[in-house]
Each structure stands twice: as structure tokens, then as C-alpha cells.
Design a protein around this ligand. Structure first.
Ligand code: NAD
Length: 483
């Protein structure tokens, strides 16, 4: 396959730079997937200036025009889906089937759902009496900096682009250096539908991210990524008192109640743990099981996980892909190695589909860890990889306390044959989202659930009306009637 070059996108023009970063296939490290332009502080300045100029007129375009253009953007994504999915799977290592679904179900819905909401969301509300009227109007904020990670680059990008643009903002996107190509390629095509400067794309590492978040004309930073980076972003945004929106990491508990049917729930829990090889912000990261079910749950989970076939994302037989990058690969390996010094038992499972290619990628076997202590590192950290601890508990009070003993608070799930019982427990959990008898949104959930976390898992929400509200300012007008 040929090696493409991706440039920066400023004012709808492709801008080449002095340095290009290699993007390697995490499932075949000997393959360079593409070369991506590395921007500088000057490039960030150019992109933000262009976005600011574009904002001055884009904000005045009628809502129905913005809606029509975003509908075209959704159609474009639909048309590009097959080629795009291959490119993304090659750069971030995810299974092709997963990436296809990310585009066709999630990224496209992110745009369409936003467009559908817009008509009622932006309706003017007015109250009046004999002396005056008051109108509370929703206005765009200005230039938005959208910073995204590598694990699900297309949906996470569209979840920012769609609400930002429909509200009349312009956006400068900085994709992750670990998955910059798919997002850039489609954003370049999308940007051509809009006036120049409405969508810009800048590439680079932390220095470029910092230049973006500190630029005085950026009015809001919408960041998805790790909590440690978010703390830098918050400090950088503080000087200009910028608003921040954070979608961060999680340590989601799955709580299995004693009446759960294990044959039914184990495959669903395993999917909640291991999709994208565990590299999902709201993947299940710890499983709580009643003491008397512990052994049978462990056996059934191991049996299920053993069926995973580990291979390259484009290998149609693979049901489990590699990790995305060296840092993450090393982190998960070290974390698992440290378990050797404890009483825990680690079982590595799954079949290696391509043994000859194993060392040529960031491949890890999925692992199940039993006999862990509730406060052990593997339970309290965000592993963001394919290793899952099982913790036993005795009472509901005890498990709620253990589940809440964390600085994270993204997702969570409760598994029971009795939904009312599960719901009672769900309401005691400190999380932005709780799923009952599943771990992830149904299509209805994707449409209506504000996505995000409490505590250190985030500030603000994405999706739905609450998510759209992240991209507006309120302008209140009070007219004094004259007699
Ligand atoms: P990361 O924080 O390392 O990087 C995220 C983005 O920030 C990248 O584009 C990176 O280049 C950029 N960046 C790095 N330093 C910066 C700085 N100083 N200023 C501005 N930008 C900077 O995260 P990652 O490794 O790409 O992604 C994994 C993390 O993202 C995990 O913690 C995961 O849970 C989280 N995540 C959260 C969600 C969510 O919706 N809550 C979704 C996906 C991933």
C-alpha cells in the first residue's frame, strides 16, 4: 500500500511543513501507514486567525443553512466510510469491523442527531409583561479548540465538530499523533463543504496542543484524553479564563448481583471489558462479583476470553487487535508484571492468529486477574488495556462503597435478573452514566444520554441537548417598553 502524506488544513488550503511524523501500523510496525505534517506555534496562529475570521460571518449564517451543510457532511462520511475505516484501522490498530461501526453507527449519528436537535434547541424563548420582554438567546462562543485522542478518532472528532458548527462556532481540530490520518482526511473533505476557516486541522504533539489552548482567540477548549493532560490544558486555559470541556478517563465498575444469570451476562461483560482491546474510556475496568459466585464467574469469563483470536485489525478472522502505541503497551505489561509480587493470579488467554507477526506489533493476550485486593493498583488505576481484575464482595453496601472509592466517575454497570433492584443500586453509584444489564449505550441511549463523567472523569458532557449546550453562550436581552 502507498504511503500518503497528510498536511495541515488552514483556510481550506493544505499547508506543508518542514517536519513530517511517521505513523506506523500498531499491528505491523514495519509498515509506515503515512506521513503527517508537524505544525508549529506559527501554524497554530494561522489556523486560529483563519478560524476567527471565518467565525465573524459563519455565526451569522441562518441555522437552516448550517443544518443543511452538516447533513451533507454526514452523507460524505457515509460515502467515505469503507476507505476511511481501513485507514483508521491501520493507524490505530482497531478491528476493521469496529472502525466500520464507529463510522456508520456513531460518527454519522453524532452529526445527524445534532442536526435533529438543533431546530428545537435554538428556538427563541421569550417572556413578556406590560412593562418589558425578556429573551434568552443561544449564541456561539467563537473559535473552539477540539483536541482528540487516538482510540476512536472519528466519532470523538464528530462529537465536537457537529455541535460546534451547528451553534455557529468555528473549530480547529488537533488529532492525536497516534491516529491523525483518518480524521484529517475526512475533515479536509468536509471542510470543503463549508466556508474556508470554519474547519481547520493542525497536527503535532503537546507543544502544538499547548499553542492552541493558550491562543487568545480560542474561546473554549473541548478536550478528550487523559486526566494528566487535561490538568495541563486547564492550567494553560486559566491565564485567559477560557472555558474547558473535558471528556477524560474512567475506571468503570461492573457490579454483578447475586441473582444474575452468568451464562447471559458473562459474554456481555467480556464485550464491555475487551472491545478495542480494553482501550475505551468507558470500558469495564473492574468487575465485582458476589463471593459465592466468584469461582464460577471466573471460570466462565476465562472460557469466553479464551475464544478471542488475536491478530491484525484487517485480518477478518481476528476478534481482538493490538494496542495502539508503545507507551500504552509498556504500561499494561509493567502493570501486569507488578502483579507477580502480590497474591493475585493472572491468566493470559486467547489464540495468536499470526505468531510470526506477534513481535512486529503491540500485541498482548487478554488477561483475567483473580484474588485481588480492593485497593490494589490493578483495581484503582485506569489500565486502558486488556487486563481485568475480579474482586469479590459480600453485601450490596460493601460493593457500593468499593465502587465509589475512586477519583474516577465515568461509566458503571449493574447486572441483575431484577431491573428494579439493579436500578436502586445504580442510583447510589458516583458516575456520569450507569448501564443496567449492558455496558454501553443502546441507539436510544446514544441519542439521549449526555456522555461524560463526574469527579476526575470530566467536566461537562457530550451528545444530546446537554452536549449541545457546551457550545453556546447565553445572551439575555431585556426590552423596556416605552409608553
Ligand atoms: P492524551 O491525554 O495523551 O492525549 C489526548 C490529546 O491531547 C492528543 O491529541 C495529544 O496530542 C494532546 N495533548 C497532549 N499534551 C497536550 C497539551 N499539553 N496540551 C494540549 N493537548 C495536548 O490521551 P490519549 O493517550 O490520546 O488517550 C487516552 C486517554 O483518553 C485515556 O485516559 C482515555 O480514557 C481517554 N479518553 C476519554 C474519552 C471520553 O470520552 N471520556 C474517550 C476516549 C479516550
Amino acid at each position: 500500500m502507498s504511503v500518503g502524506r497528510i498536511h495541515l488544513l488552514i483556510n481550506n488550503e493544505e499547508i506543508s511543513t518542514e517536519n513530517y511524523m511517521e505513523v506506523r501500523d500498531p499491528g505491523r510496525l514495519s509498515d509506515v501507514v503515512g506521513l503527517v505534517a508537524k505544525g508549529s506555534t506559527q501554524h497554530v496562529g494561522m489556523a486560529v486567525e483563519a478560524a476567527h475570521q471565518a467565525f465573524l460571518s459563519w455565526r451569522k449564517t441562518p441555522l437552516h443553512e448550517r443544518m443543511a451543510l452538516l447533513k451533507q457532511a454526514a452523507s460524505l462520511l457515509e460515502k467515505e466510510a469503507s476507505d476511511l475505516a481501513v485507514m483508521v484501522s491501520r493507524e490505530n490498530g482497531m478491528l476493521l469491523s469496529t472502525t466500520k461501526l464507529e463510522i456508520t453507527h456513531l460518527a454519522i449519528s453524532a452529526i445527524k442527531n445534532t442536526v435533529e436537535l438543533a431546530q428545537t434547541f435554538f428556538q427563541e424563548t421569550r417572556v413578556e409583561d406590560a412593562q418589558s420582554w425578556v429573551s434568552v438567546e443561544k449564541r456561539p462562543i467563537g473559535v473552539i479548540a477540539g483536541i482528540v485522542p487516538w482510540n476512536a478518532p472519528l466519532v470523538l472528532t464528530m462529537q465536537k465538530v457537529a455541535p460546534a458548527l451547528i451553534a455557529g462556532n468555528t473549530i480547529v481540530i488537533k488529532p492525536s499523533p497516534f491516529a491523525p490520518m483518518g480524521a484529517s482526511t475526512v475533515l479536509k473533505k468536509m471542510a470543503a463543504l463549508f466556508p474556508p476557516g470554519v474547519i481547520s486541522v493542525i497536527h503535532g504533539d503537546a507543544d502544538v496542543g499547548k499553542a492552541l489552548t493558550t491562543h487568545p482567540l480560542v474561546r473554549k477548549v473541548s478536550f478528550t484524553g487523559g486526566g494528566r493532560t487535561a490538568a495541563h490544558v486547564m492550567r494553560d486555559a486559566a491565564d485567559a479564563l477560557k472555558s474547558v470541556h473535558f471528556e477524560l478517563g474512567g475506571n468503570d465498575p461492573a457490579i454483578v448481583l447475586d441473582d444474575a444469570n452468568l451464562d447471559e451476562v458473562v459474554p456481555k461483560i467480556a464485550a464491555g471489558v475487551f472491545r478495542r482491546s480494553g482501550q475505551v474510556c468507558f470500558a469495564i475496568k473492574r468487575i465485582y462479583v458476589p463471593q459465592y459466585l466468584y469461582d464460577s464467574f471466573h471460570a466462565k469469563l476465562c472460557e469466553y476470553v479464551e475464544s478471542f483470536k488475536i491478530g491484525h485489525g484487517l485480518n477478518e478472522q481476528a476478534t481482538f487487535g493490538p494496542l495502539n502505541n508503545k507507551q500504552q503497551y509498556q504500561y499494561v505489561q509493567d502493570l501486569t508484571a507488578r502483579l507477580k509480587n502480590s497474591q493475585a493470579t493472572v491468566t493470559h488467554l486467547g489464540t495468536k492468529l499470526e505468531p510470526d507477526n506477534w513481535e512486529n506489533g503491540y500485541y498482548l493476550q487478554p488477561a483475567v486477574v483473580r484474588d485481588v485486593e480492593p485497593g490494589q493498583e490493578i483495581v484503582t488505576c485506569e489500565q486502558f488495556g486488556p487486563v481485568i481484575p475480579l474482586i469479590s464482595y459480600r453485601t450490596e453496601e460493601e460493593v457500593v462503597e468499593m465502587a465509589n472509592q475512586t477519583e474516577y466517575g465515568l461509566g458503571s454497570s449493574v447486572w441483575s435478573a431484577d431491573p428494579d433492584r439493579a436500578l436502586r443500586l445504580a442510583r447510589d453509584l458516583e458516575a456520569g452514566m450507569t448501564f443496567v444489564n449492558g455496558h454501553g449505550q443502546t441507539p436510544l441511549g446514544y441519542r439521549h444520554m449526555p456522555f461524560g463523567g463526574v469527579k476526575q472523569s470530566g467536566i461537562g458532557r457530550e451528545n444530546g441537548e446537554v452536549g449541545l449546550a457546551e457550545y453556546i453562550e447565553y445572551h439575555a436581552i431585556n426590552l423596556h417598553r416605552t409608553t
